[in-house]
Design a protein around this ligand. Structure first.
Ligand SMILES: Nc1ncnc2c1ncn2[C@@H]1O[C@H](COP(=O)(O)OP(=O)(O)O)[C@@H](O)[C@H]1O
Ligand SMILES: [Mg+2]
Length: 358
């Protein structure tokens, strides 16, 4: 997917703008608080998702305006399209001039992936962040997976509350049997889908990380199950854990406890990685996520990279600017020197919300 023209009015601090981005890389540079992230956010809103900054729709309008509008002309593998998003009291969206029932109707029509500094937590934080990443990535490709996750977490809640009452009423054991049976089928399915996703992600990630590190480092993922042997039967696992679970009053094993270890040169990036390596891992995962979407749907998402350049050495910056091919990238940075490394594409200077192609 490629944005050919982007127009905004009344969006955050951006002055009314109309730009024709490059089909490859677009560098948006300027000092702090000039509107760089706002510009990425305007593109992101075309994906039909909520703001990646967690903003409410009404916060997207300029302080002094009643409404905001984003218009994007873009091409996918089949045709040229236009998206228009209007934000007033609520957000409404139009695809090729036709009003959609809600902005979420754009999901899957225009695809984007975004890397923002907050995404570093994928490497630095606990396992929940990594499960969220993989689950969200699978949901994008297979909407039915979302229902399975929801069913699993509903059963998990029931099981945990049952465990709390178990000591009083042993009659509840029958109910536990029923829950374990239902949960084990879902657990097996969720785990299999995560394994499958990781095996799709891995070759793309390995190649990107190899390029980013100039061939000096390797990136690998390891799915870590908090129970017996991988692929073991979950009904047996839940049964075997009952005593411990009843004592701790919680379900101690299952996909809700699993983790994905991210390894640089076969060592945990979370424990041993430098800032630059951790950033490289997180960035690689986003770029690889986009490659998987391309492989599965035939459409390459537009890639939005907010503030990735800091803490990357010149070689890594050069790779991002000049070697990430075959996708449209919008990347923000403060350092005008980084822009000098750009050999193709376009650059946009932004000052006080005014965007200028330089
Ligand atoms: N709804 C809004 N209306 C007008 N200005 C806004 C709005 N939301 C944020 N801003 C302003 O945008 C600026 C930050 O823009 P941002 O894109 O985050 O900067 P950066 O260039 O550092 O990425 C701040 O000055 C902020 O006050
Ligand atoms: Mg910013």
């Amino acid at each position: 997917m490629r944005i050919k023209r982007l127009e905004c009015t009344g969006f955050r601090n951006l002055a009314p703008l109309s730009i024709e981005p490059s089909a490859e890389i677009n560098v948006i540079y300027g000092e702090n608080a000039q509107g760089k992230t706002n510009l990425l956010e305007s593109v992101w809103m075309c994906s039909g998702m909520k703001s990646f900054r967690g903003a409410k729709d009404t916060e997207l309008k300029s302080f002094d305006r009643e409404s905001a509008k984003v218009r994007a002309g873009y091409s996918d593998s089949k045709r040229e399209n236009t998206i228009e998003i209007r934000i007033a009291e609520r957000r409404t969206a139009y695809l090729n001039g036709i009003a959609l029932p809600s902005a979420a109707g754009l999901i899957g029509k225009f695809r984007a992936v975004v890397f923002s500094p907050a995404f570093l937590s994928i490497v630095q934080s606990g396992p929940a962040e990594r499960r969220r990443f993989i689950d969200a990535a699978i949901c994008q490709l297979k909407p039915a997976y979302a229902q399975k996750l929801a069913d699993y977490s509903r059963l998990l809640k029931q099981r945990n509350s049952l465990l709390k009452d178990l000591q009083m009423e042993t009659a509840l054991l029958d109910m536990l049997d029923v829950i374990d049976l239902q949960m084990s089928a879902l657990a097996a399915d969720i785990t299999t889908q995560r394994f499958d996703y990781l095996s799709m992600l891995t070759p793309h990630a390995a190649e990107i990380y190899n390029g980013l590190s100039g061939g000096r480092e390797t990136l690998r993922f390891r799915y870590v199950q908090k129970c017996g042997e991988p692929g073991g039967d979950y009904e047996d696992i839940f049964k075997a854990n009952r005593k411990t679970d009843a004592m701790l009053k919680t379900t101690t094993a299952g996909p809700h406890r699993d983790d994905i270890e991210i390894c640089v040169n076969d060592r945990s990036a979370r424990l041993y990685g430098s800032q630059g390596q951790q950033r490289s891992c997180a960035l690689t995962m986003k770029l690889a996520e986009s490659s998987v979407i391309k492989a599965q749907t035939g459409e390459e998402p537009v890639t939005l990279l907010d503030d990735v350049m800091s803490e990357l050495d010149a070689g890594r910056q050069d790779y991002i600017l000049n070697h990430i091919k075959n996708r449209q990238v919008f990347i923000t940075c403060c350092d005008p020197n980084a822009v000098l490394r750009l050999t193709e594409g376009k650059r946009f200077f932004i000052q006080n919300g005014q965007v200028e192609c330089t």
